[in-house]
Design a protein. Structure first.
Length: 67
């Protein structure tokens, strides 16, 4: 039982390596552009979330009368 399990593990690893060789990997320029795009998207999204948070705080203070 143990040898068939190890055989399956070896076959899985071999198949995984074969599939990884079929992949096309991004070049340095494409990787850099994608990284910059992700950083900009995160910055925009964090500003939006912070703005919504401030509006919610204001509304809650307005409702509770602690403004």
């Amino acid at each position: 039982m143990n040898s068939s399990f190890m055989g399956k593990v070896r076959q899985f690893i071999a198949d995984t390596m074969a599939e990884l060789h079929k992949c096309t990997w991004p070049g340095k320029a494409e990787l850099f552009e994608s990284t910059i795009l992700v950083i900009i998207a995160i910055a925009i999204l964090s500003c939006f979330v912070a703005g919504v948070d401030q509006v919610c705080i204001f509304v809650i203070k307005l409702i509770t009368g602690t403004l």
